[in-house]
Design a protein around this ligand. Structure first.
Ligand code: SAH
Length: 385
């Protein structure tokens, strides 16, 4: 049963934060709104299945970020008010993991007693800039990343001890240094201050490593639903060669490897490729290989070398795929393409191109990965005519 949430939902920072654009609707209304949006954009390609939503659409975000700053002498933590440098103070949020929110509040209190200065990104002085908390939903492991403007961490040991003393559920703490003038949260350098420096989480029958920077879906409960649908649409029998394009840390490809002959993953970010290889070993999977590079270029080379693929699963970023990728995909001519997309607009554009290349759309499944926000994820299955 989908849960109802009251209109406006009583969030005190609904307008200022801007994160939950659909909060003035009940959850049923939100699901309907997303269904209509996907039908409007993708309905011309085929029947759109009923959107899959959450039973309890609350506290689903297992990745929580807070900016630290100062307001009238006091340390504050929360989110930047859109297009400003003003921090909207937040102690708890209806979509964020509750343990993560509690840890951020404790860090703010400890910062005050340890006389740790928040970073000021106008004068570029001070120390604590952001806190990022990531939690493994199925493992319960928690990583805290303290993003600081500079490296020397006064009273580091006692600060870490005090934090872990209050939150023994924390399994690792990393200091990340970001002294640059940038809107990116994380800088280049990480120093592990407590534990292993990463956490693990499980999806279906695989376990994955999550490092401070690695891409990992923020809603683990619905990720299981999304990946489950992607696997169902791949319809693997054990004989297939599968390409996992835009593979990130190899999550979908490794789940597919258990049901296929061979998996080849390609991903632009070399750190994610390293994690994907590590995840393969961690799960004892020997029939999956991962390569760094542009997915389009990689597939063009594969097509030129006369290599074959039976199934391609693709999960590009919001901008969607590009001509080169889609053309090389058509040349490789897999029997089946499963397209996972977080943006139905670019998905519609790419599907139109694949239709011209001799594919037909079989199934369209929207999934509500981000309740209360306007975002909607879709999985589409295409087969060669
Ligand atoms: N399938 C993964 C990751 C999806 S996010 C998962 O579900 O976890 C999209 C990924 O595409 C990111 O990891 C990003 O680094 C990667 N990417 C972006 N542009 C790319 C390109 N041109 N070629 C290959 N990978 C790309």
């Amino acid at each position: 049963m989908a849960m109802k949430t009251a209109p406006g939902n009583g969030c005190p920072v609904y307008k200022k934060c801007g994160g939950c654009q659909l909060q003035n609707m009940t959850y049923e209304e939100q699901l309907h709104h997303k269904q209509v949006k996907v039908i409007r954009l993708l309905g011309k390609f085929g029947r759109v299945n009923q959107i899959l939503g959450m039973d309890v659409p609350l506290h689903y975000r297992c990745k929580v970020q807070a900016a630290f700053g100062r307001d009238r002498g006091q340390i504050v933590s929360g989110v930047y008010q859109s297009s400003t440098h003003k921090i909207v103070p937040i102690d708890s949020c209806m979509i964020e993991d509750e343990a993560a929110d509690a840890i951020i509040v404790t860090i703010r209190k400890l910062a005050k007693s340890f006389k740790i200065k928040p970073f000021d990104d106008v004068s570029m002085t001070g120390f604590l800039r952001h806190v990022l908390v990531r939690k493994g939903y199925y493992t319960g492991q928690i990583m805290v990343v303290l993003v600081t403007g500079s490296e020397p961490f006064p009273s580091c040991r006692s600060f870490i001890n005090a934090l872990v003393g209050r939150h023994p559920e924390i399994t690792t703490i990393v200091q990340n240094i970001n002294g640059k003038f940038t809107s990116l949260v994380l800088g280049e350098k990480n120093i592990v201050r407590y534990g292993q420096g990463y956490i693990e989480d499980s999806i279906l029958d695989c376990t994955f490593r999550i490092s401070p920077k690695s891409f990992y879906q923020v809603n683990p409960q619905m990720t299981t639903v999304l990946y489950g649908k992607a696997l169902e649409f791949m319809a693997l029998t054990g004989a297939e060669t599968v390409i996992d394009a835009y593979c990130g840390t190899g999550t979908i490809g490794l789940l597919a490897a258990r049901k296929a002959k061979r998996v080849i993953g390609v991903e632009l970010n070399p750190d994610a490729v390293r994690d994907a290889k590590w995840n393969a070993r961690r799960n004892g999977i020997e029939n999956a290989e991962f390569f760094p590079g542009d997915a389009g270029e990689f597939m063009t080379e594969m097509a030129a070398a006369g290599e074959q693929a039976d199934v391609v699963i693709m999960d590009p970023p919001r901008a969607g795929s590009d001509r080169r990728f889609l053309d090389s995909l058509a040349t490789l001519a897999p029997k089946r393409i499963v397209y996972v997309s977080c943006n139905p607009e670019t998905l519609a554009r790419d599907l139109k191109h694949l239709l011209l290349k001799g594919y037909r759309v079989n199934r369209i499944q929207p999934v509500d990965m981000f309740p209360h926000t306007e975002h909607v994820e879709s999985v589409v299955c295409l087969t060669r005519k």
